[in-house]
Design a protein around this ligand. Structure first.
Ligand code: GDD
Ligand code: MN
Length: 365
């Protein structure tokens, strides 16, 4: 086959497959939830905050949880600090002492063994019927975030629930916000169909009993939030992103690319290691699509470029030039950037899983 034709097919599949999935997702979005929520549901809740060098954020995070409109006697907060060297644990302890009406425990691990290990320490001592994880460097802008989160768990068919995300900043070249908007639509659509394989550590709420049944957070997969949700889905429960639950995440002001690559690495580890057959039948097409889109589809792009370069005919070179010129368009640029992060992540995963990662400074504007 002539290389130009090969390139055209690769390009068509690369852009056509995600587009087709998006169109299908938009149809799922129109479905009813079939979930019996209860906004009066107030189970006991444990909020676990894992920290490593979070002095800049920990107090505001604790305030965030403290401000929640939720019965205080049903809310436990556990900060697990893994040997921070910036005084995070002291700061958390001081905050706890100044707020005796809040049930705050500060656990200090003697050494840093990663976020999942810290979450497991919190899970081992949690008293709540619902176990919620949240990163120190994210915000819950809604005062009723907790109430909303647990309202979904009132339905016995739902095992876990997560938020949608807004970025506090847009990242270089304006790519972050665009990426988020598109992602949120997919998370919601998948949730309405049955379950989403991608959860967010900014706010993920699990039925504690189920979390214990699956053995807690995985120590070998960076996407602890998503992988636990998938395991719970494998038990037959729905695991959903809630349409009315929002978190704001800080974006690093330097090392943005490194940050995106590390997170992609974690997501790929999860998608690679979760067998499709484990998912309940209605979730299988979702899992298959996400696996394909994250693990395979990005690579069609360099293959197409290689074919065009090999062809080296005027139409092939014109197509290459058009592809490069289109980078001026934000949605296209956002897409290409995401593909590059996924490919870089796949390569990096070959030698470094980044299960314990460098703390990056982030900001909210
Ligand atoms: N206790 C403890 N021990 N906490 C940790 C450790 C650790 O070794 N490493 C990171 N954390 C904490 C951070 O302090 C923060 O509260 C949270 O885990 C997330 O880590 P960040 O360094 O802020 O990473 P992020 O902003 O990119 O987080 C996103 O990606 C992660 C996976 O790559 C979020 O989606 C996280 O939920 C996700 O785990
Ligand atoms: Mn973070």
């Amino acid at each position: 086959m002539d290389p130009l034709a090969v390139a055209l097919v690769l390009v068509a599949v690369h852009f056509g497959a995600p587009l087709a999935y998006y169109v299908e997702a938009k149809r799922w979005l129109k479905r009813p939830w079939d979930v019996k929520r209860d906004l009066q549901h107030t189970p006991t809740v444990t909020v676990a905050i894992p920290t490593y060098n979070e002095t800049r954020h920990i107090e505001e995070k604790l305030e965030d949880v403290y401000r929640q409109d939720y019965p205080r006697d049903r809310l436990e907060i556990i900060v697990v600090d893994s040997a921070s060297i910036d005084g995070t644990a002291e700061k958390a302890r001081r905050w706890a002492a100044a707020h005796p009406d809040a049930d705050v425990k500060v656990v200090e691990e003697p050494q840093r063994r990663g976020k999942a290990s810290a979450l497991n320490a919190a899970l081992a001592m949690a008293r709540g019927e619902v176990f919620i994880i949240t990163d120190a460097d994210c915000r819950w802008p809604q005062k009723d975030a907790l109430k909303k989160a647990v309202s979904w768990l009132a339905d016995p068919s739902v095992g876990a629930v997560t938020c949608l995300k807004k970025s506090a900043a847009d990242g270089p070249a304006g790519v972050e916000a665009g990426y988020r908007g598109h992602y949120n639509v997919l998370r919601l659509a998948e949730s309405k169909k049955w379950a989403t394989p991608i959860f967010h550590g900014e706010l993920a709420a699990y039925k504690t009993e189920l979390l214990r049944k699956i053995g807690g957070f995985p120590l070998d997969i960076g996407a602890d939030d998503s992988h636990t949700a998938a395991k719970i889905a494998a038990m037959g429960y729905r695991v959903v992103a809630a349409e009315d639950l929002w978190c704001v995440e800080a974006v690093p002001h330097n090392g943005y690319h490194r940050w995106r690559i590390r997170r992609a690495q974690h997501l790929l580890q999860h998608l690679l290691k979760t067998p499709v057959e484990e998912a309940p039948p209605p979730m299988r097409p979702i899992f298959l699509a996400e696996k394909y889109l994250h693990l395979a589809n990005p690579w069609l792009l360099p293959a197409a470029v290689a074919a065009l370069v090999a062809a080296a005919t005027p139409p092939a070179l014109a197509l290459l030039a058009a592809g490069a010129a289109a980078l001026a368009l934000k949605p296209y640029r956002t897409w290409i950037a995401a593909q590059l992060y996924l490919m870089a992540a796949a390569v990096k995963n070959l030698w470094d899983n980044e299960l314990v990662w460098e703390k990056q400074d982030k900001r909210y504007s």
